[in-house]
Write a protein that binds this ligand. Structure first.
Ligand code: C2E
Ligand code: MG
Ligand code: MG
Length: 642
């Protein structure tokens, strides 16, 4: 029985180096990127590989002191790690070059076929001895496929090098040099070991490779917040890109301390910082699987992979806030506003995730200090929808591209069109026709409504001027809808007069509709503006009457000449005696007050017949015609009124 003596001194040095790297790596709070995760695996695999290299050198050399089974198991394990090392480095390069994606799964799958062959040989090794076996004296000998490990490892190193060269633009220069160097080290060491098996070098080569990669890893401090040691905003954006989007779900809790500015003012900045530091420490300690980011001064985000954890963390934070003060010397009551996601899908853009979370926090804050708000999928969708809509609307208005559709207003008695209502639309290349219900409320909130009204007035004035001959066919006017913000502008009457004069039109060509809800506000500015315009013979209609909470005094106090009933006022089922008689009484009442009535929402012949019987002068609804683009309306009126 021959005793093989291995030189293990390099492998012992390698173990010491690796231990230092491991201690340093694990002592920092690191960003949970895939690159860091793969590095962790490489570090662990290299450590155990080197350890096993030493152990097996010992058990092979002194096989008479160890059982055959132990010798076999240790060598089997050693070979498993050996066949893993080079492919792991290849995976690491793929992640570094952003190629570890679902899109590349076929290519990655195919590139792992040689490894699969090695794995099968490894599984069969105890019975077939492909990589190693023991002779009749229990001495270790290499199997027929031993050399394959070196060839296939070299293949993965070459592949890793090729990926590095091809994608050098996305890799930093220092990373490029390091990857190049470690591939060379590894290759040279494996070759020496192949030709001189008693000199154990592969652990040392792998260790050098690990150290070089370690030096190129992102400095964890770049991703950390100085004061609290939490991950910072840059890390959050990367986390969303790498983790949330891969898992396709957005599980996060956003928590904002309510009184930090007051604490700073009353107790000083140091106490404020102490609260922040201790609060962050508490958040970081809640779960090992959750990651804590400091988003801004007093706001933190805790991101997890699981929805269940999201609920648990939210409850733990709420509970802790009730009992702790987060300061040592002074007992300060801290409150925080919280919001958390419930089964929310991760949107396509990273910035949209932030938008949803920030809007959620805003919603929580609007409920008051210490509130908790749940971000549902519907909430997330509405945030994204209104954000998209805001930019669509802005662009449409900038390009003066708002579409005006006209819905004819008929005289039920004559069957002729006497007017039309202007209704806005946006024509979007992807979304198609966007209804005003989707953008008018947003425009009112953002102040864009006044620009909408300006453009609508401008377009209908041009249209009326262009089609003046309609007037001789019984066509009287076009009405447009106004919002509260329009009529509240002090210079609104001047703007209207200027536009009407510019197009050389007579007042009354455009009628202004104000909803019942807006009119019910009854402010002085509203009344003054209406009166100024009425003095110049402009006319107003009260719109959607029957939906708001105004009383009849609104009608008499403000100078309305026309009343438009809301769709809901028109009875659907005329056999319902109660509803129909209420409607008939209302029409009588409005006529009694001296108002012209336009009944909206006429959809059936029966409803039209009822209006005829009641002597209603004007009607609007799908029974007569739907809203249509201006040029179509121009043709339509010719066929109906001539
Ligand atoms: P509105 O002023 O009450 O306009 C009437 C709405 O009822 C229109 O919806 C019209 O298409 C619909 N309608 C008409 N007849 C019928 C019917 O028989 N059955 C049914 N089911 N619906 C009918 P649209 O165009 O979607 O407009 C919705 C609302 O958006 C308008 O209600 C108005 O308040 C607002 N709006 C539209 N354009 C503008 C605008 O340029 N400025 C402002 N401030 N508001 C606008
Ligand atoms: Mg209207
Ligand atoms: Mg209406």
């Amino acid at each position: 029985m021959a005793v093989i003596l291995y030189d293990i001194s390099y492998e012992i040095c390698a173990l010491i180096f690796l231990s230092v790297v491991a201690v340093h790596f694990f002592s920092e709070y690191r960003f949970p990127s895939i690159t860091n995760l793969i590095f962790k695996i490489i570090l662990g695999a290299t450590f155990f590989y080197t350890l096993l290299d030493i152990a097996t050198a010992y058990t092979i050399s002194y096989n008479d002191r160890f059982s055959f089974l132990l010798n076999l198991m240790l060598n089997q394990l050693f070979f498993m790690l050996l066949i893993f090392l080079a492919p792991l480095i290849y995976l690491f390069i793929l992640s570094l070059t952003d190629k570890l994606t679902k899109k590349n799964r076929v290519f990655i799958g195919i590139s792992f076929l040689p490894w699969l062959a090695l794995f099968i040989i490894w599984v069969l090794n105890p019975i077939r001895g492909g990589f190693f076996t023991f002779d009749i004296y229990n001495d270790y000998i290499h199997g027929p496929f031993y050399y394959l490990i070196f060839i296939i490892s070299a293949f993965y190193l070459c592949l890793a090098l090729c990926m590095t060269v091809i994608n050098r633009k996305v890799i930093q220069k220092k990373q490029f040099v390091a990857i190049f160097m470690f591939s060379v080290f590894f290759f040279v060491a494996l070759s020496i070991q192949y030709y001189n098996p008693s000199l154990l070098l592969s652990g040392m080569a792998a260790c050098l490779a690990v150290v070089m990669v370690y030096l190129t890893l992102q400095n964890p401090a770049d991703m950390l917040d100085d004061l609290t040691g939490c991950l910072n905003r840059t890390a959050l954006l990367r986390f969303i890109k790498e983790r949330m989007k891969k898992k396709a779900c957005c599980n996060a809790i956003i928590v904002s301390l309510d009184d930090l500015p007051e604490i700073n003012k009353l107790f000083g900045m140091d106490t404020g910082n102490e609260v922040l530091f201790n609060f962050a420490k508490f958040l970081k300690g809640i779960s090992k699987k959750a990651f804590v980011f400091r988003l801004m001064g007093d706001t933190f985000i805790i991101a997890t992979d699981k929805q269940k954890e999201c609920f648990e963390i939210k409850d733990i934070i709420s509970g802790k806030l009730k009992t702790s003060s987060f300061t040592e010397d002074i007992n300060i009551k801290i409150s925080a506003t919280l919001c958390y996601t419930r089964n929310v899908r991760c949107p396509a853009q990273e910035s949209d995730v932030m938008l949803i979370l920030l809007e959620g926090l805003q919603a929580a804050k609007s409920k008051g200090k210490g509130s908790v708000f749940e971000i549902s999928q519907a909430f997330a969708d509405s945030v994204i929808f209104s954000f998209d809509m805001r930019s669509i609307l802005k662009e449409t208005l900038e390009k003066q591209d708002l579409q005006i559709w006209l819905q004819p207003i008929f005289s039920p008695a004559t069957g002729k069109i006497i007017g039309a209502e202007a209704l806005s639309r946006i024509l979007h290349p992807e979304k198609g026709i966007i209804s005003p219900a989707d953008f008018i409320p947003l425009a009112e909130k953002t102040g864009m409504i006044t620009e909408i009204s300006r453009q609508v007035l401008e377009k209908i004035c041009s249209f009326i001027k262009e089609h003046e001959p309609f007037r001789y066919e019984g066509f009287e006017c076009i009405s447009m809808n106004l919002s509260v913000a329009d009529i509240m502008q002090n210079d609104f009457p001047v703007k209207v007069n200027d536009c009407i004069e510019k197009h050389d039109l007579v007042p009354g060509s455009v009628i202004f509709e104000i909803t019942e809800t807006a009119a019910a506000l009854g402010s002085d500015t509203l009344k003054n503006n209406m009166e100024k315009l009425c003095e110049k013979n402009h006319e107003f209609a009260i719109d959607d009457f029957g939906t708001g909470y105004s009383n009849l005094s609104t009608l008499t106090n403000l100078p309305f000449l026309i009343l438009k009933t809301d769709r809901s006022v028109m009875p659907d089922d005329l056999s319902d005696k109660k509803q129909t008689s209420v409607f008939m009484k209302l029409i009588d009442l409005f006529k009694g007050v001296g108002l012209d009535v336009i009944v909206e929402g006429v959809e059936t012949k029966e409803q039209h017949d009822l209006l005829l019987r009641l002597g209603v002068k004007y009607a609007q609804g799908f029974y007569y015609a739907r809203p249509m683009p201006m040029d179509e309306f121009a043709k339509f009126i010719k066929t109906v009124n001539s």
